[in-house]
Design a protein around this ligand. Sequence first.
Ligand SMILES: [Zn+2]
Length: 286
Amino acid sequence: MAAMLLFLFIAGCESASDAAGTIEANAAEAGARTLGVGYAAVRVSPSQVHEGNLILVNRKYPIEESAMPNDIVKLAGHMERIPGIGLLDGSIRLSESLAVKFAAMTKAAEADGVHHFMINSGFRDMDEQRELYAEKGGSYALPAGYSEHNAGLSLDIGSSLAAMENAPEGRWLQDNAWKYGFVLRYPKDKTDVTGIEYEPWHFRYVGLPHSFVMKNKNMVLEEYLDYLKKERSIRVTIGDDVYTITHYPVPEEGADVAVPASGSGEYELSGDNRDGVIVTVKLPPA
Ligand SMILES: [Zn+2]
């Protein structure tokens, strides 16, 4: 039975692959988003649309204050979290969980001989964003609530050697950040989609496997969320890890989503900050 399902699945899917992994439309699961064996229904409320690692925050979609992170720390007092990293100034704050993810990435860079990283900006609260906007104006800053820095999911990374566009740190991140769940949020070739000029320093955490798909398909978050909504479900293989990613619309009354019953896989749920949630399941090893 399992073998036959596997055959049907492979036969029914369009597949794109590169050296690092594969991305397939997951037609079987997308069809009805039905509960399969090993899955249970969980009720999602509309407020969950605005929380999680995949929320879109831009000129159109502000962050909800309730979704702002509650683990913000002043980095100067927590340098053990980010060993070897320079800080532009002592006031920079960051979500502690983001600092840990950033440190894992820069540790891997160090193993490649790239280690002149700086943090030039981290978390900004609403008052700080209001001040920045008043000071710099609409062409250079976003109003309070509309910046990813308010969501605690982004940071501006610099190099003490050169401007990021030319620095080894910038080049390393462009090639490798996806492996650690980060994406370059405002690429040079996507200014028409993001509405933001090229920022080789601004990285956003979305988590794996999303960073892989975005890198592989050359999509920014706006495009990626549209793609998930259209495909409804995709299946991603990275090395030995297999994931399904499913988008669910969430109307005012909420929605039921399928998640692994205990013991049959890990999952993460995130809103898109528009009109739905995304359930990412890491399938148990075959
Ligand atoms: Zn930034």
